[in-house]
Ligand binder design. Structure first.
Ligand SMILES: C[N+](C)(C)CCCC[C@H](N)C(=O)O
Length: 246
């Protein structure tokens, strides 16, 4: 934090924020939409009856993985742009200093399309699929399990339960996802001219060789601190929206 502040001032903390905000609604509605519709198809019980006739954990896991797999195709370009913008660490522009490589999210998207073709926007998407498919299965299973542990059989979980279960579901899935998150971000940073890695396995092996196994847990603490409130609010919104409109 101190380094970011010194180097880039308060603005450094908000780098690449506009795009995630624009994308988060789309990505989450695809994730939660595919999740609950898959669950509906697997169990034939509506959301209202879900707590009275709970699905099995296997069904929750399959539905979560399906949601995770499908949302990657919306998330990939947004996530790539976020990573590219966050990794630009030039100090704040002063008169006379060269302009940054990417001037903002739209310029970043346009430059990637120009330099690498539209498929360039999906760089690292395979690593993202590997990261998100199983870990979003784990995400929903953790949430369901924690809710059921702290709610009498057949009843709807309270708002406090939903918040805490959602928070821990976020932390648990990030803990499992972090190794592949590190690899994914490295692959997204590689450009077409200087392709640094030959694939996910090559990137894993070379990162571990050069920096030790600790590299796979980089960012976990700060990610967990972020994941708790974000996912608590996400699940509370999901439960309430479906209760009102489902
Ligand atoms: C699967 N993985 C751990 C990558 C993400 C799970 C939580 C997703 C949530 N939108 C968030 O940003 O925290």
């Amino acid at each position: 934090m101190v380094k970011t502040y010194r180097h880039e001032s308060l603005l450094g903390f908000f780098k690449g924020m506009s795009f995630p905000i624009a994308s988060i609604a789309v990505v989450n509605s695809v994730l939660f939409g595919v999740y609950s519709n898959t669950l509906l198809a697997l169990t034939a019980t509506s959301h209202q009856e879900r707590w009275a006739q709970p699905p099995s954990y296997t069904q929750v896991f399959i539905a979560g993985c399906t949601g995770g797999f499908v949302q990657v195709y919306c998330l990939a370009p947004f996530d790539l742009i976020k990573v590219r913008l966050q990794n630009q660490t030039e100090p704040r522009a002063r008169p006379g200093s060269p302009p940054p490589r990417y001037r903002g999210p739209v310029h970043c998207a346009a430059s990637i399309c120009q330099e690498e073709g539209p498929r360039g926007l999906f760089r690292g998407a395979w690593a993202l699929t590997l990261r998100d498919t199983p870990t979003l299965g784990i995400y929903f299973v953790t949430y369901e399990w924690l809710c059921r542990q702290s709610t009498p059989d057949g009843q709807n979980p309270s708002s406090a339960t939903v918040l805490v279960a959602g928070g821990f579901a976020g932390i648990t899935s990030w803990a499992v996802a972090t190794p592949l998150d590190v690899i994914k971000s490295r692959m997204q940073m590689a450009g077409p001219k200087h392709r640094v890695y030959r694939g996910v396995l090559d990137c894993m092996a070379r990162s571990a060789q050069q920096e030790g196994l600790g590299v796979f847990f980089r960012g976990l603490t700060i990610n967990s601190a972020r994941a708790f409130p974000v996912n608590a609010v996400t699940f509370l919104s999901y439960e309430y929206l479906l209760r009102w409109w489902g």
